[in-house]
Design a protein around this ligand. Structure first.
Ligand code: 2RA
Length: 339
């Protein structure tokens, strides 16, 4: 038995990845409804060897769908997701709109899949940089407890969208051709540069991206007062977010203890050779669905403190794959729900 599946934002970077991942993982799709804003409606997208015309995302277009993957703007999610959920569609929303709503589960299946129980047809998928962080923290939390987390991110431009990918290329091309190029997506040039700034600035000098890391990590791990602090940096990488994670465990542990716990964790690959150049990088991780961890080492200046290097494809595990894995978990649990 297959499902009627809508993808809202089907022409965007993440929406197109959702279509790829649905196909690769053979999610049981009986009927596909690729949807987008009126501006993109009428375009074609590829799925299961065929071209599909993209419809306009409206409440009517979503009626009767079993699942709706929202990979569009917060405005579209705010406008259409609750309506579809109330009508019985299971909505899996990538936007930031409902992530901190206490009525809405915020889920990374291999970390807090239990949170899906009792969902009310609206499920939020976390921010890409949060997903890879909690996948790495979870096995350590479970075995040794967590007392503090400090994370610095190095985020690919695809996290900003397709225009940012084009911008990076345009800046590099202009540089190589000796031409001036006024930055069009970021406030400063991103090529051959790094920007200590992802998304808008908010309270206490932190950006929204940094507050997302703090708040979403606490909600997913179920530790409301976990000391987490972050610096989110934009780097001239196309796909793949990297994170330098410093953490302090509650209980004594060795580097080998952490390495064993990480290696045994679902959805996680350890690439770590303390003596050599074995570590994950965005370029080699792009296109993969796992979270990769390397550079596992002790911080000798503090008790029970360790460093990790965490890398994942921000469009796949950071967005599309996590959303499809949520749907797979619901199907495996017997019934999506809602109807
Ligand atoms: C970014 N995490 O990388 C944000 C949204 N995708 O820009």
């Amino acid at each position: 038995m297959g499902y009627r599946v809508a993808v809202v934002g089907a022409t965007g970077l993440v929406g197109q990845q959702v279509l790829r991942v649905l196909e690769e993982r053979r999610f049981p799709v009986d009927e596909l409804r690729p949807l987008a804003t009126s501006r993109s409606a009428g375009r074609q997208v590829e799925f299961a060897g065929s071209s599909w015309e993209v419809g306009e995302a409206t409440a009517e277009a979503l009626e009767g769908a079993d699942f709706a993957f929202f990979a569009a703007s917060s405005d579209i999610s705010r406008q259409l997701a609750p309506v579809a959920a109330r009508a019985g569609t299971v909505v899996i929303d990538k936007s930031n709109t409902f992530r901190m709503d206490p009525e809405v589960p915020l889920v990374v299946p291999e970390v807090n899949g239990h949170a899906l129980a009792g969902h009310r047809n609206l499920i939020a998928s976390p921010n890409c940089s949060t997903i890879q962080l909690v996948v790495a923290l979870k096995p350590i939390l479970d075995r040794f407890g967590l007392e503090r987390v400090v994370v610095s991110t190095y985020q690919a431009v695809s996290g900003t969208g397709a225009a940012a990918l084009d911008e990076l290329e345009a800046e590099v091309r202009a540089h190589l051709e000796g031409r001036d190029h006024a930055p069009e997506v970021y406030p400063r040039p991103i090529a051959f540069n790094v920007l200590p700034h992802c998304d808008r600035f908010e309270a206490e000098g932190y950006t929204l991206e940094e507050w997302k890391l703090v708040r979403e990590t606490r909600k997913i791990l179920g530790i409301d007062d976990l000391p987490v602090t972050a610096t989110a940096v934009r780097v001239p990488v196309r796909v793949g977010h990297s994170e330098a994670v410093w953490l302090q465990t509650r209980d004594e542990a060795t580097v080998d203890d952490l390495r064993r716990a990480l290696a045994a964790a679902p959805g996680l690959v350890v690439r770590d050779d303390p003596g050599g150049a074995e570590y994950p990088t965005p370029l080699e991780v792009a296109g993969r669905d796992e979270v990769f961890v390397g550079r596992i080492r002790r911080d000798p200046t503090a008790p029970r403190a360790f460093w990790l290097w965490v890398v994942a494809d921000n469009l796949r595990k950071g967005a599309a794959t996590n959303a499809v894995q949520i749907a797979e978990a619901l199907v495996a649990a017997g019934k999506p729900a809602g109807r």
